[in-house]
Design a protein around this ligand. Structure first.
Ligand SMILES: Cc1cc2nc3c(=O)[nH]c(=O)nc-3n(C[C@H](O)[C@H](O)[C@H](O)COP(=O)(O)OP(=O)(O)OC[C@H]3O[C@@H](n4cnc5c(N)ncnc54)[C@H](O)[C@@H]3O)c2cc1C
Length: 266
């Protein structure tokens, strides 16, 4: 196996152009699981670890190479919260936002946040860059819109980031588990609310009817919260697998969304 370690995006794209089947490796926390299990035998690996441009992070942009350990320090509550829940300190030190987008698992914990704030994803190749809404990038279970010879540069956040944000997830235990269900809720000063759901559909989902209903409530009372919870559960599209049943996921995601919304209302 040959490993190259470019120190620029241009260097990565050059290496990818000459080795289109190369494995692009960021933190390796998804990829190395497959390599160790023998499911992946890459001959040529392009490490992103030394590409400083991918580590850029400011109020409106998160580079693909930014780790959860760094994102834990975010002033955006949901982003810090979700980052603290990922794996263990070792996983958070290595795992990146770009890796979560690259794997595109329906249970990827960064993805409900990106969906709830309507992030756009920037991709770059030797032909230039293109930016697309999150829901055009995440197209199915473990499927994204990345073309061969293209890499993820990062995620752009909107100028009018919501006032309040909250993230919640549930797994079979408190740490080191993949989510059975996860949610990110945002609410701005005008009461406009967004709700994105993870691990309860083929990819991340927005609960649009629940959003519309609760956005019309200036100060949601218990009945409104009940209805919000019911709509979120109804809009989820879970499956039964080795981690949980569809019924449990449907119930849990409604409860999580209600709790996250209550945190945004305080
Ligand atoms: C023990 C353990 C616990 C975990 N817990 C969680 C958890 O709680 N929540 C969660 O969401 N995930 C969890 N994960 C999964 C993993 O940590 C995350 O998905 C992480 O974001 C992957 O990032 P990475 O940098 O390690 O990606 P890598 O493994 O390096 O790459 C993953 C995929 O993305 C591609 N890729 C990476 N960067 C780019 C780029 N810039 N451009 C194009 N393609 C790219 C790679 O080619 C590969 O296909 C866990 C994993 C382990 C092993």
């Amino acid at each position: 196996m040959e490993i190259v370690r470019p120190d620029s995006v241009a260097g990565v794209l050059d290496a990818l152009a000459s080795h289109p089947d190369a494995l692009v490796l960021a933190g390796g926390t998804d990829t190395m699981v497959l390599v160790n299990a023998g499911a992946l035998r890459p001959e040529y690996v392009i490490s992103l670890r030394h590409v400083e441009d991918l580590k850029a992070w400011n109020a409106r942009f998160i580079g693909a190479g930014v780790t959860y350990a760094r994102l834990e320090e975010s002033e955006i509550a949901a982003l810090a919260e979700l980052s603290r829940t990922v794996g263990s300190p070792q996983i958070r030190a290595a795992g990146t936002l770009g890796g979560n987008l690259g794997t595109a698992s329906p249970a990827g914990d960064a993805l409900p946040f990106l969906a709830a704030v309507d992030a756009t994803i920037e991709l770059v190749s030797k032909h230039g860059s293109r930016t697309m809404p999150w829901d055009e990038f995440l197209i199915g279970p473990k499927q994204n819109a990345l073309e061969p010879a293209e890499i993820i540069l990062g995620a752009h956040l909107p100028d009018d980031m919501p006032w309040r944000t909250a993230f919640a997830k549930i797994g079979v235990r408190q740490a080191m588990v993949i989510s059975i269900a996860s949610v990110c809720v945002t609410r701005n000063e005008a009461g406009e609310t967004t709700v994105a759901l993870g691990a309860v559909g083929p990819t991340v989902l927005r609960a649009r009817r629940a959003e519309m209903m609760v956005s019309a409530e200036k100060d949601p009372d218990e009945a409104a919260l009940d209805e919000f919870q019911r709509l979120v559960s109804e809009e989820s599209r879970p499956i039964t697998d080795h981690r949980s049943t569809a019924e449990y996921r449907r119930m849990a995601v409604g409860v999580l969304a209600r709790r996250a919304l209550e945190r945004c209302l305080v």
